[in-house]
Design a protein around this ligand. Structure first.
Ligand code: UGA
Length: 429
């Protein structure tokens, strides 16, 4: 099938590349000239394991191409996926101006039937607005359908998630749209859930908010565990064995970050309020998450006493492993708080370093974990990279001024760390 994907961010690029891999002819469009010129050179502008390899393969077999101009892509494609950003506005609502622009462009340039599929995360009722916008800007009476097809891929495992989804959700208002989208996804051989457009839109916000709720819930439980000497890892294991609960997303830590959970939680709260419902639960989820970052800062303060003048080594800056994404990373607030108390920060993250430099000031960036440990009063683990899990702890101990590790991701076994002579503190145990 001939498909166009508008927007080459994490979602758009992965979607475009993977749809080409399963046999479709895909044009990926972006108005960011720099991005398109990189992509045309077979270079992926983000760090996403496995993506570049499949991209190259599909460009070579001519199923995948990139364009800066939307017009041509619209004319050549039967299905158009909108994957542009919906960044948060001051009041927490999603900025839908990029979606509106694309809808207008599609209307102005289509000359036969098109299925316009929204993949960007949007508040409920956006599908309706897209339909109205297209109708308003059409030059002549051409039939079209709008659909919602939310994306559930995770950064860092985006390619795997796209090929192995738990489900594909398609929100449609016509049989024609349903049949086309089913045909697009048939090669994935996965469960396809067909709903109305509004329900599909809510499935996305509700899923992300629910996962964020699971994380805040276990972080709240971790606080109880710390107060009474229980082990949150064991608690999560015991809870997770219940199939109705499940073990995933019950890892206590320094809270969730990234460009999805914080933003989508805000947007879901905003749309709920707009629809007349006060979603108190989500407010608490947000509050627990904010407190969890400061909880780690407090652990460091309690251990080091005066922060001013102390050197703190940071292992991991990205909001989670296997990504270079720094957007809403808990490390930002944690480092800012430590710096405001006068700490000297040395940090190591092999992938997120360049992006971190754009956000964090006065940080000494190290080229390996040992450099970050050297002469430090304490090490704080903020991202559970495999590289961090495998560090040579004996070497770290020798290099540090004091063998103190504050682990925000529960990477190491507390008993082993104690035996090795570390003062080791983690979350909820
Ligand atoms: C999330 C969802 O998991 C995807 O399904 C969704 O498609 C995506 O948002 C999106 O809306 O685009 P992502 O933000 O890439 O994916 O990352 P996650 O793996 O979900 O992690 C989010 C945050 O939660 C990270 O900061 C992570 O460290 C934290 N987390 C996750 C925990 O603190 N504990 C856990 O048990 C799991």
């Amino acid at each position: 099938m001939r498909l166009a994907v508008i927007g080459t961010g994490y979602v758009g690029l992965t979607t475009g590349v993977c749809l080409a891999e399963i046999g479709h002819t895909v044009i990926c469009v972006d108005n960011d000239k720099k991005k398109i010129s990189l992509l045309k050179k077979n270079k992926v502008p983000i760090y996403e394991p496995g993506l570049e390899k499949i991209l190259k393969k599909n460009v070579k077999s001519r199923r995948l191409s990139f364009a800066g101009n939307i017009k041509d892509a619209i004319k050549k494609s039967e299905v158009i996926f909108i994957c542009v950003g919906t960044p948060p506005r001051e009041d927490g609502s999603a900025d839908l101006s990029y979606i509106e622009n694309v809808a207008e462009e599609i209307a102005k340039n289509m000359d036969n039937y098109k299925l316009i599929v929204d993949k960007s995360t949007v508040p409920v009722e956006t599908g309706e607005k897209v339909e109205i916008t297209i109708k308003r800007n059409l030059k002549k009476n051409i039939s079209f359908d709008v659909a919602s097809n939310p994306e559930f891929l995770r950064e860092g495992s985006a390619v795997y998630d796209t090929f192995n989804p738990d489900r594909v959700v398609i929100g449609v208002s016509s049989k024609r749209a349903e049949d086309i989208l089913k045909k697009v996804y048939r090669p994935l051989k996965t469960q396809i859930l067909v709903t109305d457009i509004k329900s599909a839109e809510i499935i996305k916000h509700a899923s992300n908010s629910f996962l964020a709720t699971k994380i805040s819930f276990i972080n709240a439980v971790a606080n109880i565990c710390e107060r009474c000497g229980a082990d949150v890892e064991k608690v999560a294991e015991g809870m997770g064995l219940d199939k109705r609960i499940g073990r995933s997303f019950l890892n206590a830590g320094i809270g969730f970050g990234g460009f999805c959970f914080p933003k989508d939680l805000e947007a879901f709260l905003w749309i709920s309020k707009k629809l007349g419902y006060n979603f108190e639960l989500l407010k608490n989820v947000k509050e627990i998450n904010e407190k969890q970052k400061q909880h780690l800062v407090k652990k460091i303060e309690d251990t080091l006493w005066v922060i001013k003048g102390k050197t703190i080594g940071i292992l991991g800056l990205a909001f989670k492993p296997n990504t270079d994404d720094m957007r809403f990373a808990p490390s930002i607030d944690i480092i800012n708080s430590l710096q405001s108390e006068g700490a000297r920060i040395k940090a190591y993250d092999s992938k997120a370093k360049e992006r971190a430099k754009e956000i964090l000031e006065n940080v000494i960036y190290c080229s390996n974990p040992y450099e970050a440990a050297k002469g430090s009063d304490c090490l704080a683990i903020l991202t559970e990279w495999d590289e961090v899990k495998k560090i040579d702890l004996k070497k770290i101990k020798k290099l540090m001024k004091h063998p103190i590790i504050i682990d925000g991701r529960n990477v190491f076994d507390p008993d082993k760390m104690k035996k090795m002579g570390f003062l080791y503190k983690s979350i909820g145990r």
